[in-house]
Design a protein around this ligand. Structure first.
Ligand code: DX5
Ligand code: ZN
Length: 233
């Protein structure tokens, strides 16, 4: 199953309510919280996330690119926020934090930067609802997809299969019609797209095109088994 989560990083912040309405057909909305410490860029924090939760019905996926998520991440476990993602590189006790988020009814996700291996995450895979494999260095939209990250997805998907658990694998950075199928083939099922959605006149058309690129239309049309060539596992 292909799920498309547009990132509002590439939206018009002055017309955010309008730009949220333009992605109503998406599967979720991805909010990039950046603190100018963990990453060089600065975006927005909790007040914005709270206000966005009030004006959209889409499930919200918060991507925290901040120092010290052990202290701050729980604040984001609010109504309307479906999942909170914190970075492995910034977290002291990822398992404890994931358990606290889940105890509050929020899905817990862990992210890894391109230079971070996923072996430790794979060891504790049951503790997370989603793993975000960054396919660019976090901080900015519009960068090029890093195909070298695909073995991480393959390792995690294989581990999930061995354990018999259902964990979402998200990719973020450089996702386009051309790169989405590469990540899908490696095991990703949640796709963040900023410039590929908001960098065009018709975001809804772009969401449909990305879904189709991942075989989403074929899967939706199938009544029984996934059709030959489908990317659904
Ligand atoms: C980058 C952010 C991404 C960003 C992706 O650090 O985490 O969510 O919006 O932008 P694109 O899709 O343009 O690479
Ligand atoms: Zn992101």
């Amino acid at each position: 199953m292909v799920r498309i989560h547009p990132s509002i990083l590439s939206a018009d912040f002055v017309n955010l309510e309008r730009d949220l309405a333009r992605i109503a057909t998406a599967d979720g909305v991805h909010l990039d919280v950046m603190d100018a410490h963990f990453v060089p860029n600065l975006t927005f924090g909790l007040p914005m996330v709270q206000r966005i939760a009030e004006v959209t019905d889409l499930p919200i996926d918060v991507h925290l690119m901040i120092d010290d998520p052990d202290t701050w991440a729980l604040q984001y476990a609010i109504g309307g926020v479906d999942s909170v993602t914190f970075h492995a590189e910034a977290t002291r006790d990822a398992v404890a934090l994931a358990r606290e988020l889940r105890a509050r009814g929020t899905r817990a996700a862990i992210a890894v930067k391109p230079g971070t291996e996923v072996d430790l995450v794979a060891e504790h895979l049951r503790e997370f609802d989603m793993v975000l494999v960054m396919t660019v260095e976090p901080g900015f939209g519009g960068q090029s997809f890093m195909p070298g990250m695909m073995p991480k997805l393959e390792l995690l998907r294989g581990r999930a299969r061995d354990l018999g658990i259902d964990v979402a694998l998200q990719v973020d950075g450089g996702i386009t019609d051309d790169t989405l199928p590469i990540a899908a083939a490696a095991g990703a099922d949640v796709f963040v797209a900023g410039s590929a959605v908001y960098g065009h006149a018709d975001p809804a058309e772009r969401i449909a095109a990305l879904r189709a690129a991942g075989g989403g239309e074929a899967v939706a049309a199938a009544s029984g088994d996934a059709p030959a060539g489908s990317l659904e596992r």
